[in-house]
Design a protein around this ligand. Structure first.
Ligand SMILES: CC(=O)N[C@H]1[C@@H](OP(=O)(O)OP(=O)(O)OC[C@H]2O[C@@H](n3ccc(=O)[nH]c3=O)[C@H](O)[C@@H]2O)O[C@H](CO)[C@@H](O)[C@@H]1O[C@H](C)C(=O)N[C@@H](C)C(=O)N[C@H](CCC(=O)O)C(=O)O
Ligand SMILES: Nc1ncnc2c1ncn2[C@@H]1O[C@H](COP(=O)(O)OP(=O)(O)OP(=O)(O)O)[C@@H](O)[C@H]1O
Length: 524
């Protein structure tokens, strides 16, 4: 996520849609005279309203969006669409302020129609014919989205993408707020993509997005599932509810076809319980599947692999990032293209010797300059789950020539139950663990560190050090490292802030690490 509030992206030349047609199509009850009014945009955030917008007043956990109807009207909204409670709130606010904006009332939860309404206004419903790809899972969604974009470019498409790290329209980069934008923002983004000539779209689909109707109004050509492990239990309560939100993507109202990594029992369940046809990828020997991935060589500089398909398809590839899971992310993306009717040969034609030259911001991103044998290497990563820690540290164990120094913290106010396990995995796999602060939010940072420290020490393996200040922790890690060692700093990835007690404090781990490497004479 980014630190700031970001105004949503809109088409530059929208085609107006009449309120009358929306009222009829979505069975709305109109309070007040809509006349010939037309909407050119939609948003569910009053602060994001632009003149001509339909403002969607949605009941949330904290507030009812209709409480902000007056602000929406003052910023130029043409109408508010809300539920019965919201209509009362808006009517009172409008009466007091003598505002005559129409209120359109729905009998269902407004989130349930927000996607279709936005798609109708932006023309991104069945009239938008780009190929669309969606990826869900616990770890690696952003990475798969970047792989998809890279492979689509190789195959001759103009891709657009939406991820936690950023949104991209061709070469234009837009800061991300949520991983999966709210439906009106998503459709505004798609409309702008269409204007820019984008003909293939890769979207990261969080469990929150499926559950909260953020992807409604999009019908994916292909969706995929990569892996599932503990995260977000503060929102979903238990693993089964979290899993159900991911499984729900594999339904005909969302997508035509699916691709599933079946290495885990969760993947096998998705393949079994999916309501749409799926093809299966296995990366482990002996697993029943349609596609098989084998790693042929891996070093710190990347992974080479061979992918074989059910009808003799064969792809020999390489990604310039370490970790067998990065090869899995690439293979998954390639199969998704294949399932969308894009032949592997078409992708291969745009690659040099199978090299997928992907750059994924803040994901195992190397900050040192490949000095390798002569000085330590330093990577910054976005991993913040036990599953990501395990995957990264196991991968490093296979390729790191020297010691592994692992530094990380944990989110405050979020899934506290994963902290001890994150600590334990770090302590079991790394040689040295440095616990520092990440986003403490409203929690006392030392309380978060204590849970991580307890986990790390319980493994009885690594040397465990506490250094709350991440800037000092970075320098400490560098001072402990010798040539051949690898330092991995997990958590902040691409982010540019730290959230402490309600304040967004500017902090870029990538800039900090580069600066500290320069101070130590390890980077020019
Ligand atoms: C749990 C969750 O997803 N909550 C999201 C949800 O909040 P909510 O429904 O409770 O809304 P609320 O805050 O009560 O506000 C009600 C309504 O009033 C509106 N409002 C509010 C204030 C104002 O001044 N004006 C205004 O219009 C809000 O836009 C909203 O429509 O709708 C809000 C409006 O879009 C989101 O900001 C909020 O995301 C919060 C910030 C969040 O942290 N979400 C995370 C958990 C999330 O969605 N993460 C996933 C997964 C990330 C991953 O994979 O790791 C993601 O896709 O990002
Ligand atoms: N296939 C994978 N399996 C396990 N771990 C992975 C995989 N791919 C990437 N990772 C690890 O997880 C971290 C997060 O990756 P990425 O940002 O791509 O995931 P994400 O699902 O988008 O995360 P989020 O939903 O929190 O945005 C990576 O930086 C890497 O450490």
């Amino acid at each position: 996520m980014s630190s700031g509030d970001v105004l949503s992206i809109r088409p530059k030349a929208p085609t107006p849609v009449s309120l009358a047609s929306l009222t009829e199509r979505f069975s709305l009850r109109a309070v007040g005279e809509a006349g010939n009014a037309e909407a050119t945009g939609a948003t569910l955030d009053s602060r994001d309203v632009r003149p001509g917008d339909l403002y969607l007043g949605i009941p949330g956990a904290l507030r009812h969006g209709a409480e902000f109807a007056k602000q929406a009207a003052e910023l130029g909204a043409v109408a508010i669409l809300t539920d019965a409670d919201g209509a009362e709130l808006a009517a009172t606010a409008f009466k007091n302020a003598e505002i005559a904006m129409p209120i359109l009332v729905t009998s269902v939860h407004p989130r349930q129609i927000a996607g279709e309404v936005a798609a109708t206004i932006y023309g991104t419903d069945e009239r938008f014919d780009a190929k669309t790809f969606g990826i869900t899972g616990t770890n690696g969604k952003t990475s798969v989205v970047y792989m998809l974009a890279e492979l689509l470019s190789a195959a001759g498409f103009t891709p657009g993408l939406s991820s936690t790290a950023e949104r991209r329209i061709g070469a234009e980069v837009i800061t991300s707020n949520l991983t999966s934008p709210e439906a009106p923002e998503l459709h505004g983004l798609l409309a702008r993509m269409r204007e820019a000539g984008v003909d293939a779209v890769a979207l990261e689909v969080s469990a929150h997005a499926v559950e909260r109707h953020r992807i409604d109004g999009v019908h994916f050509d292909v969706v995929a599932f990569n892996n599932f492990s503990q995260d977000h239990l503060d929102d979903f309560g238990d693993m089964e509810t979290y899993f159900a939100a991911k499984l729900a993507l594999f339904a005909p109202e969302h997508a035509a076809r699916g691709v599933v990594v079946v290495d885990s029992p969760y993947g096998q369940r998705i393949a079994r319980e999916s309501q749409i046809p799926v093809t299966r990828l296995a990366t482990e020997f002996g697993q029943q599947a349609d596609w098989h991935l084998a790693i042929t060589r891996q070093t710190l500089d990347g992974v080479s692999f061979v992918l074989q398909g059910p009808s003799g398809e064969h792809f020999r590839g390489r990604v310039p990032v370490f970790g067998r899971f990065m090869a899995e992310n690439a293979a998954l993306a390639l199969i998704m293209l294949h399932e969308a009717g894009i032949p592997i040969a078409q992708v291969e034609a745009g690659l040099e010797n199978g090299l997928i030259p992907v750059y994924i911001p803040g994901r195992l991103e190397e900050m040192s300059d490949h000095a390798g044998e002569h000085s330590p290497r330093f990577y910054v990563d976005y991993g913040h789950t036990p599953g990501a820690f395990e995957a990264m540290l196991e991968a490093l164990g296979e390729v790191a020539p020297g010691k592994i120094i692992f530094m990380f913290g944990a989110d405050g106010d979020r899934d506290t139950t994963k902290r001890e396990e994150m600590g334990r995995i770090a302590g079991a796999h790394a040689d040295t663990v440095i616990i520092c602060d990440y986003h403490p939010r409203s929690e006392p940072p030392e309380q978060i560190r204590a849970q991580l420290l307890a986990g790390a020490r319980s493994a009885n393996h690594a040397t465990v050090i506490e250094e709350g200040d991440p800037r000092r922790a970075v320098r400490l890690a560098i001072s402990l490292a010798e040539p051949g060692d690898v330092i991995l700093y997990a958590g902040p990835g691409h982010e540019d802030y730290q959230e402490v007690a309600g304040q967004m404090i500017p902090y870029s781990a990538r800039d900090e690490v580069r600066g500290a490497l320069r101070e130590a004479g390890l980077l020019t």
